[in-house]
Design a protein around this ligand. Structure first.
Ligand code: HQG
Length: 177
């Protein structure tokens, strides 16, 4: 498949597996897994099984994972629907980054980073990734997060299968603007 085709299919899978499985009558299990055969049958965008595997394997951010027997698939991060990724808390790198845009800063200065519509605040271990995340909304602004202090203060971190750091919220005192 062309890169454009892979991106289009990846976006559709993100919509279905993170936000709106019910829009095609798909039911995810409590850990966010969909049955591959059911997904392929119900999908409005037509995929062959091989194309699905290609989207999973060539995905620039490894957004999806197939079960070992390739009968189930789920998104690795980014959910808004309430599922349990069943991740174990992990000690984060001392510093993490968050890419955002200027217009949110006043609010972030007051409230800290909130998960907004998703299940977690998403953080990156490198500035480059945070820049890409921020660029989705405009000129990126990078916030530096004192994850070490948060960990010391018993706030929990999780790392998704594809290396995105997740936490519940980041109070202002841990953020360098
Ligand atoms: C902002 C994509 C006002 C926050 C990305 C962000 C990531 C606040 C936006 C993943 C705020 C939420 C997640 C507050 C946070 N006041 N604004 N108190 N707290 N915000 O999309 O981190 O490519 O839910 O800065 O790459 O941008 O789809 O989160 O701008 O990994 O795989 O509210 O989604 O992954 O936006 O992105 P989002 P995000 P994919």
């Amino acid at each position: 498949m062309s890169n454009t085709n892979i991106t289009q299919k990846s976006k559709y899978l993100s919509l279905i597996l993170r936000h709106q499985p019910q829009s095609i009558g798909l039911v995810l299990d409590p850990n966010g897994w969909a049955d591959v055969e059911e997904l392929l049958n119900k999908s409005k965008l037509k995929f062959s099984f091989q194309q699905l595997v290609e989207v999973v394997e060539k995905n620039d951010k490894q957004r999806f994972i197939l079960s070992d027997d390739q009968t189930k698939i789920r998104a690795n991060h980014g959910h808004s629907i309430k599922i349990d990724l069943d991740l174990k808390p992990q000690i984060p790198p001392p510093i993490l980054y968050h890419g955002t845009v200027e217009k949110y800063l006043d609010s972030i200065r007051i409230e800290g980073l909130k998960k907004m519509n998703r299940n977690h605040v998403h953080l990156s271990k490198d500035i480059e990734t945070a820049q890409k995340v921020g660029s989705r909304r405009g000129n990126p602004v990078i916030l530096k997060i004192d994850a070490e202090a948060m960990n010391t203060d018993k706030m929990l971190f999780y790392c998704s299968e594809n290396g995105v750091w997740l936490t519940d919220n980041v109070p202002t005192k841990y953020i360098s603007f």
